[in-house]
Design a protein around this ligand. Sequence first.
Ligand code: NDP
Length: 241
Amino acid sequence: MARVAVVTGGTRGIGQAISVALKKKGFRVAANYGGNDTAARQFQADTGIPVYKWDVSDYAACEKGVASVTRELGAIDVLVNNAGITRDGMLHRMTKENWDAVMSTNLDSVFNMSRLVIEGMRNRKYGRIVNISSINGRKGQMGQANYSAAKAALLGFTKAVAQENAARGVTVNVIAPGYIGTEMVAAMPKDVLDTKVLPLIPVGRLGTVEEIARCVTFLADEEAGFITGACLDANGGQYMA
Ligand code: NDP
């Protein structure tokens, strides 16, 4: 039977492309989202992928969400922790609220979701967890102390959990995308994009959501069992760790 994959934030942007790519590879996909019902309904109508609304920063909500997916699609074999937000600002002006929002949505969510699927994966001796970090978690970014901290933490989490579960057939990896042509980046003024962003990318263009989805399907594959605790940088050469 087809393996079941859950993609958090799987209805828009990079997550949408990940959900579609996993479906094309034969997975039964559940796409989670947080609040944008209109986008989620449209996504479901376009792709036929079922959508599930819950807040990934809320452990109890994740418990209910994971239970629904398991009941309706089956036991979860692949978890893609993709949901994320930014609340940018220099540290000397950053509010505690914006710190907490970014830490809970980008980092607590990864604990919540991974904790809820890991025992089942261990018991079944198979699993794939893919965490979506960011180039800014690798190199730090001015104006993003909260986001850089949360995304860097995913690297430590990934390595620890990869070690804990390697002998149980569960791999845990992280992808660190660079600038991707999502709505967020496309909304930047063209001159800022042309003068401040593109010159920093040796490949000379933004990445595409499909290119990040390709990284996920690679790591989510049964044949990727020897890759665990790894960070896959997909940033057009902008940062070489
Ligand atoms: P988008 O803002 O386009 O989409 C975010 C998705 O996450 C949406 O589906 C959204 O749901 C969901 N989401 C947000 N908060 C929650 C929550 N609390 N609970 C459940 N779902 C939630 O993001 P991107 O596609 O741009 O980014 C995806 C990931 O990639 C993020 O982790 C981001 O940090 C990372 N990334 C993005 C880069 C880029 O250039 N875009 C570069 C590097 C990393 P809803 O539709 O309901 O709001």
